[in-house]
Design a protein around this ligand. Structure first.
Ligand code: Z5A
Length: 211
C-alpha cells in the first residue's frame, strides 16, 4: 500500500506520518517512509540545491529538479518496498509538483503535468493521498513559530502560497477517490483517528470496511 501526504508546509504532515507509522507497525506492517524531495543520496543532494536560499533556480528547472529527485526515489526505494509488500508513506509526491510548480509558479495546466508525472514515476500512483488542508496564514504562523528564517521555497511570498492552496483544492476535488481532505486545524489526535479510519478503509487487511 502506498500512502502520500500533501498540504502546505506547516500543515502537520510530519506529525501525522509519525502517528500513522506507529499504528501501522503496531498492526504488524513494515513501513518505509520517504520525504520529497529526498530519500536517496542523489535526491537529498537535489533537495539541498532546491532549498538553498542562495541558489537562483528558474521555475522550469525547479519543476525538473523536483521531478528528477522523485524519479530516483521511485526506482530506488518506493517500488522495491511495494514489491516486498511493505507500506510506503511519502511526505509529498507528484501532487506537490502540481500544486507548487503548476499552481504556485503557474507553469503548466494539470493535463500536461499528468502525463509528465506518469513519465517521472513510471506510472506509480498512491493508493491514498491525505491532504491536510490549512489556510496559508495559519500555515505561515506555524512555520514562524518553528523558525525565523525561510528556505528558498518558503521565501516565495504569501501570494504564491495562496495559489498553491487553491491548486491543492482543485486537485483534490478532481480525484475524490484517491484524496481524503481533512481540516488540518483540528486537534492532532482527531486527525490521527480520521487518517487511521481511511487507511483501514483502503487496506481491508487492517480490519476496516472497504467503500
Ligand atoms: N516542494 C515543491 O515545491 N514541489 C515538489 O514537488 C515537492 C516539494 C515534493 C519541501 O519542504 C518544500 O519543497 C516545500 C514544498 C516544496 N516548501 N515549501 N514552501 P520540507 O520537506 O522542508 O517541508 P514541508 O514538507 O513543507 O513540511 P514541514 O515544514 O516539515 O511541515 P509539516 O510536516 O507539514 O508539519 P509538522 O512539522 O508536522 O507541523 C508543523 C508545526 O505545526 C509543528 O510545530 C507541529 O507541532 C504543529 N502542528 C501539527 N499539527 C498540528 C495541529 N493539528 N494543530 C496545531 N498545531 C499542529
Amino acid at each position: 500500500m502506498f500512502i502520500s501526504f500533501e498540504g502546505l508546509d506547516g500543515s502537520g504532515k510530519t506529525t501525522q506520518i509519525e502517528r500513522l507509522h506507529a499504528r501501522l507497525e503496531a498492526a504488524g506492517k513494515t513501513v518505509v517512509r520517504v520525504r520529497e524531495p529526498g530519500g536517496t543520496a542523489v535526491s537529498e543532494r537535489i533537495r539541498s540545491l532546491l532549498l538553498d536560499p542562495d541558489a537562483p533556480i528558474v521555475p522550469r528547472a525547479e519543476l525538473l529538479l523536483f521531478s528528477a529527485a522523485r524519479a530516483q526515489v521511485c526506482d530506488e526505494i518506493i517500488r522495491p518496498a511495494l514489491r516486498s509488500g511493505d507500506v510506503v508513506i511519502a511526505d509529498r509526491f507528484f501532487d506537490s509538483t502540481t500544486a507548487y510548480q503548476g499552481g504556485g509558479r503557474g507553469l503548466a495546466n494539470p493535463d500536461w503535468l499528468g502525463d509528465f508525472h506518469r513519465f517521472v514515476t513510471d506510472g506509480l500512483v498512491p493508493d491514498l493521498t491525505v491532504y491536510l488542508r490549512l489556510d496559508p496564514e495559519t500555515a505561515l504562523a506555524r512555520r514562524r513559530a518553528r523558525s525565523a528564517t525561510d528556505d528558498r521555497m518558503e521565501a516565495s511570498g504569501q501570494k504564491f502560497f495562496d495559489r498553491v492552496a487553491k491548486a491543492y483544492d482543485t486537485l483534490a476535488a478532481s480525484e475524490p477517490e484517491r484524496f481524503v481532505v481533512l481540516n488540518a486545524a483540528l486537534p492532532v489526535e482527531v486527525l490521527a483517528e480520521a487518517i487511521w479510519r481511511d487507511v483501514r478503509r483502503v487496506d481491508g487487511n487492517l480490519g476496516g470496511a472497504r467503500r
